[in-house]
Design a protein around this ligand. Structure first.
Ligand SMILES: [Zn+2]
Length: 69
């Protein structure tokens, strides 16, 4: 099985690096959700647009947005 974000070998949907990035994306959303009234999709868009987002998290967010289409 291949990672959904890159071509690395993965045990599940994501490789180790993207799995970690995904976990932190989800974790941060929990905080955002309480601080601001944002939807999951709005939040993902913010991640993609934010120049300070790490490359891994950005790739995960882009992937999740594409999956929604
Ligand atoms: Zn990956």
């Amino acid at each position: 099985m291949r990672c959904k974000c890159c071509s690395r070998e993965a045990r599940n949907e994501y490789c180790e690096l993207h799995k970690k990035a995904y976990a932190s994306v989800v974790q941060k959303f929990e905080i955002w959700k309480h601080a601001a009234d944002v939807s999951w999709e709005q939040y993902l868009n913010e991640i993609v647009k934010n120049p300070f987002t790490g490359a891994w998290a950005k790739e995960v967010a882009e992937r999740l947005l594409k999956d929604k289409e």
